[in-house]
Design a protein around this ligand. Structure first.
Ligand code: ADP
Length: 453
């Protein structure tokens, strides 16, 4: 403001003096024109100096702007001040970036930034060792061209990334990596890669150990149980005081046999490949088979049993595994429901999901236990569970089987009123089959319902 005022004053003085001299010499107009021309030339010169200075590479040349006066001096100083401020800000940003890069380079975790076109933008040093990326050759390359595992492409193209993905390091089958993607900005992705080789090896060792121990225990338990059964069959020749201990030994050996069987099943579920949705089987037939096999149990406790299922529904997956999961749920419903209770198996479906519901009106479960029921050996009431011959592994098996079929288990229960276990399968795991005329006449309903007492 001050510069403008003094500039105006100066112009007024110069124009007045020139006007006065021009007036006395009788050349008023030419003298004012000459003065205007001189001032214009001075301004053009200043503009030219400014342009030359601005055209310099200020990254390497830190020279100050040319010395000037008046309004031009103010303009030069202002630009120089702005330039210094910007230089300070970018130096601060650069030091922050350097720190971020140095610290991420020191990390053992790989970090990759992928732009909205799925191309690599930036990655840290650990990623180069883990995924074999090369800088700068791979910059701008599509991530799915560099990591070619089909499961990675499938994971990468998902909409949400709740679970991390485990995969072998490209070109190094002995190394196991875990990738987790997070979305940010405008559909850009941040991928975190961890080397979990050691963890994976320990996990494999644990699974092998459990599998081997269960396998090794199987034969001795069968032998012990066999001899105990033979002794029980010939009990009449023995001292009666041995009756109770031998019966208890037999009961416990049967329990041990069940535990070993369930542990073996769990360990095979953990180690086998996921069942592909190619094998199909009739769900209603499977439920009927479960029902037939359970008749033994039902004989002891008279439950009212009902099954409702579309006859044409076909599941896609491993029949044996689904049989284990559903029979565990039904056996539990029988175990934890007093005599004359109601057990209802209902199958509902729409285009998106298939729900298999096993419901009872038994003892129910307190809410604080529900989230832990699928943990191995978790039991609400240990004494009751041992009484019913439970192993504490049934629901863990159910959870594993469902996970392997992309399904989930939802449990709801009310103490004293009963429990409901619902298995939710996605559309990829079921279909409606073609009616076969000899098993389903036109007049028959597609739904089968079976009620047993
Ligand atoms: P278990 O072999 O002991 O039955 P599970 O893993 O099958 O083991 O079940 C875990 C626990 O969940 C059981 O000990 C029982 O307390 C509870 N539970 C499972 N199903 C039911 C049910 N239908 N009603 C009440 N409680 C149940």
């Amino acid at each position: 403001m001050y510069a403008w005022r003094s500039e105006l004053k100066w112009l007024l003085v110069v124009f007045s003096l020139t006007g006065a001299v021009g007036y006395f010499l009788n050349i008023l107009l030419p003298s004012l024109l000459v003065l205007t021309l001189i001032l214009l030339i001075i301004d053009l010169l200043q503009l030219h100096r400014l342009k030359t200075w601005l055209a310099k590479d200020h990254g390497s040349d830190k020279s100050e702007p040319p010395v000037s006066f008046g309004v031009w001096g103010g303009v030069f100083d202002g630009i120089y001040r702005l330039q210094k401020q910007e230089r300070r800000a970018s130096a601060h940003l650069e030091s922050l970036l350097n720190k971020a890069q140095e610290s991420s380079a020191a990390l053992e975790t790989g970090i990759i930034m992928i732009n909205r076109y799925n191309n690599l933008d930036w990655w840290n040093r650990a990623t180069e060792t883990m995924l074999g990326l090369r800088y700068p050759q791979d910059r701008g390359q599509s991530i799915t061209n560099l990591i070619r595992a089909p499961e990675f492409a499938e994971y990468f193209n998902r909409e949400s990334y709740d679970e991390p993905l485990k995969l072998n390091a490209p070109g190094e089958n002995a190394r196991m990596l875990e990738c987790q993607i997070a979305l940010f900005g405008k559909h850009e992705r941040l991928m975190i890669v961890r080397d979990i080789t050691q963890l994976h090896r320990l996990e494999l060792m644990r699974k092998d150990f459990v599998g081997n121990v269960s396998h090794e225990l199987g034969t001795p338990i069968t032998v012990i149980k066999g001899y105990l059964e033979a002794i029980i069959d010939n009990m009449q020749d023995m001292d009666p005081k041995w009756k109770k201990p031998i019966e208890q030994m037999h009961q416990q050996s049967a329990r041990m046999e069940n535990i070993v069987r369930d542990l073996l099943l769990l360990s095979s579920l953990e180690t086998k490949h996921r069942p592909k949705p190619q094998d199909s089987f009739s769900l209603s037939r499977l439920l009927n088979d479960i029902n037939d096999d359970l008749m033994q149990l039902l004989k002891r406790k008279s439950h009212h049993f009902s099954i409702e299922c579309d006859l044409l529904l076909e599941m896609l997956g491993d029949r044996g595994e689904i049989y284990s999961a559903l029979s565990n749920l039904v056996v539990n419903a029988v175990k934890y429901t007093p005599a004359n209770g109601l057990i209802n198996i209902q199958v509902q479906h729409d285009d998106e999901t298939l729900k298999i519901m096993v419901e009872d009106n038994g003892i129910g479960i307190e809410p604080q236990h529900i989230s832990r029921l699928t943990e191995r050996f978790y039991r609400v009431d240990v004494s009751r569970s041992s009484e019913t011959g439970g192993t504490g592994l049934g629901l863990a098996i159910v959870k594993h089987v469902l996970m392997r079929h992309d399904a989930e288990l939802i449990i709801s229960s009310e103490i004293g009123r009963g429990s409901r276990f619902i298995c939710h399968f996605p559309a990829t795991r079921f279909r409606i089959g073609q009616p076969v005329m000899d098993t389903l006449t036109k007049s028959q309903s597609r739904k089968t319902s079976l009620a047993l007492n």
